[in-house]
Design a protein around this ligand. Structure first.
Ligand SMILES: Cc1cc2nc3c(=O)[nH]c(=O)nc-3n(C[C@H](O)[C@H](O)[C@H](O)COP(=O)(O)O)c2cc1C
Length: 179
């Protein structure tokens, strides 16, 4: 069993400088591509307190959360799904790191995942320091090489997604849960 979990913010987003409003966040769009290929429905991680639509306001709140190493409260996710040993986990890069709601999820989940396939959207930082973040937050997990997608190019992400997923499909031992 696998879990496909994403955190993603609709609203004002960064695209080549300007901040147009999007109704589906970039990371959520990558999650949909993955869901189609893995035949699972993405679960959307939501904070208890919704982030603002206004981009500058999101930056301010996210900066405070990062500086304070906060663990913002999150809405509960299906406990059955969270027991999956393999997680595809998606998030945007925030100031070079995982958003702090990802830290909340990984530190509070009763059964941490054994393998994490991280998929990331960003606007220039690539994976940033988020691979190290994940390993620190979930020391027992095998963190597989992440997939970085530039958010403003998400409409053309399918070939990169397929290429990256091959590393999962090429590991029958992981798929058969012999991990
Ligand atoms: C609070 C905040 C911090 C960000 N920090 C970075 C960053 O350090 N590096 C980067 O490349 N992009 C950064 N971005 C841009 C987002 O990673 C990028 O727009 C991403 O695709 C948004 O994904 P989403 O639509 O799924 O939320 C930041 C965006 C926000 C809102």
């Amino acid at each position: 069993m696998i879990a496909l979990i994403e955190f993603s913010l609709p609203g004002e987003t960064l695209v080549h400088g300007p901040t147009p409003v999007v109704h589906v966040g970039h990371t959520a769009r990558v999650a949909r591509l993955l869901g189609d290929r893995l035949n699972v429905s993405p679960l959307s991680l939501q904070p208890q307190t919704t982030y603002p639509v206004d981009y500058e306001a999101v930056l301010r709140r996210a900066k405070l959360e990062l500086t304070g190493q906060a663990l913002p409260a999150i809405q509960p996710l299906s406990s059955t799904t969270l027991q999956a040993p393999i997680w595809f986990l998606g998030y945007p890069i925030w100031f070079g790191h995982v958003p702090r709601v990802i830290a909340t999820l990984l530190t509070q989940v009763p059964t941490p995942p054994k393998v994490i396939y991280p998929f990331v959207t960003h606007e220039g930082s690539g994976l940033g320091q988020s691979m190290a973040d994940l390993q620190r937050l979930c020391p027992t997990a095998v963190v597989q090489p992440g997939l970085p997608i530039r958010g403003s190019r998400v409409a053309r992400a399918a070939p990169a997604v397929d290429h990256w997923l091959q590393s999962y499909f090429d590991q029958p031992s992981i798929q058969s849960k012999e991990i």
